[in-house]
Design a protein around this ligand. Structure first.
Ligand code: MG
Length: 169
């Protein structure tokens, strides 16, 4: 566990790492989303945008809340009926997506398109998180990671308005 007085940003990144998600994994998703729209896009640029998203307090709050619920579900520590819903990753539950939307919103409405798209295709780390391996629960984490990537991609798009307009031509 991370020490109590560690800054929230570092605690958040440590939690993600402990759950098998690195900043590089999320940066790859951003690259996937933006490669056709940002001329000369680099992996470093993607990483910078992920870092910026992870520095926002409301993003950190969403991540630590969702991951905590995933961990407690793995430990069988929640009350029913929530325990079973999260354990089965029930599709009608929906609060995992709602929580993730609070991250998507941070950089405006382009985030919604990116989030919906990446959630459907599930590239890279998202496929791993969705494997429903025995003993692992990532009901919240998959949506959170997709949302961080979507927000980072939107941030990048806002910095590159001309290229982003091309997307809608
Ligand atoms: Mg989910």
């Amino acid at each position: 566990m991370v020490k109590k007085d560690t800054p929230l940003r570092e605690q958040t990144v440590a939690l993600l790492n402990n759950r098998g998600v690195t900043i590089d994994d999320i940066s790859e998703l951003v690259y996937f989303l933006q490669k056709d729209y940002v001329v000369g896009i680099t992996t470093n640029q993607c990483k910078e945008n992920v870092d910026a998203v992870l520095s926002k307090r409301e993003v950190q709050n969403a991540i630590i809340t969702g991951i905590q619920l995933d961990i407690m579900t793995e430990k069988n520590e929640l009350f029913e009926p929530l325990q079973s819903m999260l354990d089965k990753d029930e599709s009608l539950y929906g609060v995992d997506e709602t929580l993730a939307l609070s991250i998507v919103n941070v950089y405006g409405s382009i985030g919604f398109t990116n989030y919906g798209y990446i959630d459907k295709i599930k590239p890279g780390i998202l496929t791993k998180l969705n494997a429903h391996k025995q003993g692992e629960v990532h009901t919240f984490l998959d949506d959170l990671v997709g949302a961080i990537a979507a927000a980072a991609a939107s941030r990048m798009a806002h910095k590159d308005p001309i290229d982003q307009d091309d997307r809608f031509r």
